[in-house]
Write a protein that binds this ligand. Structure first.
Ligand code: WTA
Length: 434
């Protein structure tokens, strides 16, 4: 190799020879920006979340070590996309700070077949496997054989992240994948928190595991539940808005270019607290369970999306003046989007052609996973007298609950509901006939 290189006198070789073989590290301030990741909020414009050098790295490495019980020599397998916060904190920064061997998974759980994860576990002798409930729900439908085909004896711990894990998925992950002998940690956190904030830490507890529960705050995290009047809810067996009462090293420092938006989005609703946007339940034992978003953010296959973001994309269609996008429960994706779309009068395209246009706009502007599962064309949207879309009614319809729509007396024109229900039933009949 060296002979070959010496023999060549191309310009690039000379340039290489002139270059310094050592690149001195740059000295950074602990509060200098480390990276920025865009994420969805309840308004259409994504937020550029800024993490800094020292606090984030400390938090990513500590959580990696203690939540996953990482031991020197372990092979850590987080199968998240590297472009997501989970990929940042637990494929790159956390494991590498701890000198771990980390796995870069670049595929999908079903390519070339549904055994891909477990084949990877066997081949690389993975010790900790960290993934998303949506993939687990998808894989369990293919049956146990794809898992059992591979040797998983290297596994010590399993982890779940990104959305609530339902009981069926938890049991399958724990019993089939982990053969009932691996701890399973359901980890709650967000792009903004930098690392895991609430999770079981089985290595320190007495081995007690409560399926899909037993979530304890990580060191330095003070979860607090607040009611709608901004009062702290004490005690057990209670639910409220999940806030964090004290700063922690990994927390985001700002929204890039808009610090006021950062303050408004996270610290204004409950003054003195960081508001996560999630609701949570606390048991008598003090364990936390996440109940879901309290704002207009939905979670499709672990992807966090503002419904306003999808609406903005749909509204770009020249024949579409207005839309309302609502999340509804979905077996595999966790949640899926249902779009109520108002069309202009006198359109020349067919409804079907417009639907296809809308799908491709969403795929290009956001991503394929953001395409609504259902697009229902309606004449008008139900609005209150003050002009606000009554989302709770649409949420019921999207979830297939058309009988009891609750109080609709504050609607400007309640007959709109009859119109929407007619369109909905017609749509459902057509879908069933397909
Ligand atoms: C949701 C992903 C229930 C939650 C790391 C949060 C969860 C949002 C869990 C953040 C969990 C994340 N149980 N819900 N274990 N983990 N979430 O920013 O609604 O992509 O606010 O960060 O995902 O999504 P993000």
């Amino acid at each position: 190799m060296s002979l070959l290189l010496r023999g060549r006198t191309t310009k690039s070789t000379w340039e290489m020879a002139k270059a310094e073989p050592v690149c001195p590290p740059e000295t950074m301030d602990s509060e200098d920006m480390l990276f920025m990741l865009y994420t969805s909020g309840s308004t259409g414009k994504p937020k550029g979340i800024v993490h800094t050098q020292a606090g984030y790295l400390l938090y990513a490495s500590l959580t990696h070590k203690y939540v996953f019980d990482y031991k020197q020599g372990d092979v850590f397998g987080c199968v998240a996309d590297i472009g997501w916060i989970t990929g940042h904190s637990y494929v790159v920064y956390g494991p590498l700070c701890n000198g771990a061997t980390t796995v870069l998974f670049e595929s999908t759980p079903t390519y070339p077949d549904p055994g891909r994860y477990w084949e990877t576990v066997e081949r690389l002798r993975i010790n900790q496997f960290y993934g998303a409930p949506t993939a687990i729900r998808l894989l369990l439908k293919y049956g146990d054989e794809w898992v059992k085909k591979y040797d998983r004896s290297s596994l010590k711990l399993l982890g779940s992240v990104g959305e609530p894990i339902n009981h069926e998925a938890w049991e399958w992950f724990y019993n089939v994948v982990g053969e009932g002998r691996c701890d399973l940690v359901d980890t709650w956190w967000q792009t903004e928190t930098g690392g895991i904030c609430i999770s079981p830490r089985p290595s320190e507890s007495d081995g007690e595991i409560i399926p899909a529960m037993a979530m304890r705050p990580f060191f330095g995290i003070r979860p607090t539940l607040l009611n709608e009047n901004g009062k702290v809810i004490e005690g057990g067996d209670v639910s409220g808005a999940l806030c964090i009462a004290q700063a922690w090293p990994g927390m985001a420092r700002t929204i890039y270019g808009d610090h006021q938006r950062f303050v408004d989005a996270y610290f204004k609703t409950y003054p003195g607290y960081y508001f996560t946007g999630d609701g949570a339940y606390r048991s008598d034992e003090g364990h936390y369970q996440i109940t879901g978003r309290m704002d207009d953010v939905i979670n499709i296959s672990g992807h966090r999306l503002g419904t306003a973001e999808i609406e903005d994309a749909l509204d770009e269609h020249p024949d579409v003046p207005e839309t309302a996008v609502i999340g509804f429960p979905h077996d595999i994706k966790g949640e899926a989007a249902f779009a109520f779309v108002v069309l202009k009068d006198g359109i020349t395209l067919t409804e079907q052609a417009i639907k296809e246009d809308l799908k491709s706009i969403v795929a290009t502007k956001i991503a394929k996973y953001a395409i609504p599962d259902h697009i229902l064309m309606v004449k008008r949207l139900p609005k209150t007298r003050s002009g606000k879309i009554m989302r709770r009614v649409l949420r019921k319809i999207a979830g297939g609950n058309t009988e009891d729509l609750g109080d609709i007396t504050t609607l400007e024109d309640p007959t709109i509901i009859t119109e929407i229900l007619e369109a909905y039933h017609k749509y459902k009949t057509e879908e069933a006939a397909k």
